[in-house]
Design a protein around this ligand. Structure first.
Ligand code: GLU
Length: 301
């Protein structure tokens, strides 16, 4: 039997904090416990926010924590052709359409719709795509593309869901409402998600699904903030004919005000904690993990 494959997949758009340390340590421990492999993936498709110095800091901070990963590290920015190929596969199924509205135009459309009552929001709280680019005539689409106008390539969620029924995943961790075991996916809750943009042949959802499959990741250990996104990931996996990993979503480390940590939560930054004298063992303690076996129970403070 092949050993299980795990991955830690940070974006180099800031310094790592305690929440990243928790996720990386859980992955590392699961790999050790199961005789599995641990991969590190640098999710750097957003060229405007990612910086090489943050990538260097990721390597340094993980090594300082005592985490070991396989090399070479996969960097998403080096694999755009693979994402483009997946996008073309979805387009060939008739599931992708260009939408030309700018962010400001979308906000206006949402405001107009909300004048008639509440407009649906996705599990992250963002309004669903309110436009009607899906029904543009092919000639109008070509004309707009020829003008050089920017666009987002969106998934026709209704059509995608018609192709895939009864979608589920195996949750070994826990969702925000205690979901575990066989979980029913609800990709329709996300509306017509963006799969790519004119200048970038992928979005987070598409890249993560393609990479996890290409890298043979079999158990995805990540924060509960991505629990609902798993519905979209499962849908894309089925549409693209990719294998199904199991998922283990873990609790999020929160600050004293119960807020999720962000890249700007300086007080919980690994660099700050280290400068203040914290040792890797102290970091393990802080996130509620013993130094040796982390097991399945997750009780971060
Ligand atoms: N790159 C994502 C992040 O830093 C994680 C992606 C994932 O684990 O699926 O939040």
């Amino acid at each position: 039997m092949k050993p299980p494959v795990f991955r830690f997949a940070p974006s180099p758009n800031g310094l790592l904090h305690l929440g990243h340390a928790y996720s990386a340590l859980l992955n590392f421990d699961r790999a050790r416990e199961t005789g599995g492999r641990l991969l590190l993936r640098i999710e750097d498709i957003d060229a405007t926010r990612c910086r090489p110095e943050f990538e260097t800091a990721i390597y340094e901070d993980l090594a300082w924590l005592g985490i070991a990963w396989e090399t070479p590290v996969r960097r998403q920015s080096e694999h755009l052709a693979e994402y483009r190929a997946a996008l073309e596969k979805l387009a060939a199924l008739g599931l992708v359409y260009p939408a030309f509205e700018s962010r400001a135009e979308i906000a206006k459309l949402v405001a107009a719709r909300e004048a008639d009552g509440p407009w649906r929001r996705d599990p992250d709280g963002a309004p669903l795509y309110p436009g009607d680019a899906k029904s543009l005539l092919a000639s109008e689409r070509s004309r707009l593309i020829d003008t050089g106008a920017p666009y987002a390539l969106r998934l026709d969620m209704a059509a995608a869901c018609r192709r895939v029924a009864g979608l589920t995943w195996i949750e070994l961790g826990e969702g925000p409402d205690g979901e575990r075991g066989m979980v029913a996916a609800r990709p329709e809750a996300w509306g017509d998600v963006i799969l790519a943009r004119k200048e970038t042949p992928t979005s987070y959802h598409l890249a993560v699904v393609v990479d996890d499959a290409l890298q043979g990741v079999s158990e995805i250990v990540r924060g509960q903030d991505l629990f609902h996104a798993t519905s979209v990931h499962r849908l894309l996996q089925v549409l693209l004919g990719l294998p199904e990993p199991v998922y283990r979503h873990h609790l999020l480390i929160r600050d004293a005000n119960r807020r999720k940590l962000s890249k700007s939560s300086q007080a919980m930054g690994l660099r700050e904690l280290r400068a203040a004298g914290a040792t890797p063992a102290a970091i393990c303690q802080l996130v509620g993990l013993g130094q040796v076996s982390l097991g399945v129970s997750q009780t971060p403070p």
